[in-house]
Design a protein around this ligand. Sequence first.
Ligand SMILES: [Zn+2]
Length: 372
Amino acid sequence: MPRQNIPLGKILGISIGLDYSWFVVFILMTWTLAIGYYPVEFPGWSSPQYWVVGGMTAVLFFACVLLHEIGHSIVALRYKIPVRSITFFVFGGVAQIESDPPSAVSEFFVAIAGPLVSFALGAIFYGMGSVFSGLGPFSGLLRYLAYINLVIAGFNLIPGYPLDGGRVFRAVVWAITNNFRRSTIIAANVGQFFGFSFIFLGIWKIFHGNFGEGLWISFIGWFLGNAAASQIQQTTFQGWLGEYKVSQAMSRSCDTVSEQESLKELVEEQIISRGSRCFLVEREGVPVGLVTLHQIKEIPRSDWGERTAGQVMIPMESLKRVQSSDSLSSALKMMDRDGVNQLPVMNDGQVVGVLTREGVITFLSLFQELRG
Ligand SMILES: [Zn+2]
């Protein structure tokens, strides 16, 4: 989900960003610590002290979550898996790791690295807390950080995908079954189970007078269950798509037009009268680019007379290509990754057709209808 966030800079080439929802956590955390936790655990500080220590704790908590994500990222980079960004949002941090893990072993170590960092931080803060035990607010802060890091480690090790523990679990199932897709679905089902359990636990707490905590736990459960469910859907869909080839959904009747042809001619003669939707643009018989409805719609209608296909086309060299024997799932992944809606299909340097998102959808709906 590429959303607007506040960039904080780069670490190891990975951009770090804050989603606005993270401020909710920051404020909520500072507030609960300053009003609830610290005054109960450490009575006798002044009121500003509670707020300052509360705020500092929230900032350091953020730093700890960042280190947890960097833990995942370093191991991912070790395995040559690109990490695009780390974003902080209402439920903590998430490292955007670009591709599926190449092997069960790499998945295992990437997943376990984060909780290990959190465990280590917990132990370090615990040790420091024992050393500086007489220092009032400072030792209170250390004690809380020790506690919260152990909670982060423990929570993330719950074996339901997409939590870290779920990834570890998936890696183990994957190593045993040798089937990535199957193990993802199994781990995500466990994730859904934990999601529902959290929702019930939260509701139970709400009915026993613990409204704030109950609501929060339910909320986490809902988020977890949703993420797991969409993973199941996506994996099933990809498995299904993986059985089909680009050649089955591509359009072969991609008309060719000369680069001098105006958009007006193109629309009137090809699109309206013949229903064509995408065109290979030729220069002296050689395809040099691609024009789809999408490019035409970007140009104001009043300019269609002057603009030519050659001016609005996407040049061939900037188009990613697929082969007709590639699987539909890999072609769609490529479209998603590069944010494009069409790919020329090329075999041995020859354009044999065009695969568009529209074409894939048409193919899938047709197939669905025929199946019943
Ligand atoms: Zn993690």
